[in-house]
Design a protein around this ligand. Sequence first.
Ligand SMILES: [Zn+2]
Length: 203
Amino acid sequence: MLSLERIEEIKEELQGLSPEEQQKKFQEIIQSLDPEEREQLTGKQQCPFCLMAKGEIPVKKVYEDETLMGILDIRPANKGHTLLFPKEHHKMLSTVPEPLVAHMFTTANKLSTAVFDAMQAQGTNILVANGPAAGQTAPHVLINIIPRFTKDKVVIGWDAEKIDDTEMEKIAGSIQSKIPKEKAKITQKKEMQSVREDFSRIP
Ligand SMILES: [Zn+2]
């Protein structure tokens, strides 16, 4: 079996090559695989979430608009566990266009309230797993909306690591340096504005 990462890697290897080079490279790769892997690569296995979006796999739908679909998870963490995903195929959130990301999270927030009310829950988790290390098992980006109850069996937790101030400062700087400058500025401005608005409300 090829891992999803390997399939993506192969796609990336082929991208940017001329059609002739692409064909040659593809043949090389195909020859190094076993029959099952070949079938995976030649596209006979399709993304189940893309098929659900096209109506080719039956689902229990809770939400649909032009770009998104929300369904009940068939193996829920708790009853009412909802999956929200874009109809176009994206493996991870990082490749989803920004307006669609915004629409996904606005909708996830609405669904969270609806799930909370419908299931008479005591809380919700809104969760995205980016990559296998983070627990991603689906080949398609998903937002999990999980209704939570004080005594349920869902575990989302960690043992806190120790970290000193110097290291935190270094990490904060490193993360800041990876944020595209333009976007960081806009966010800061907005934040400042909302802080001012908050202050102006104080009598
Ligand atoms: Zn898909």
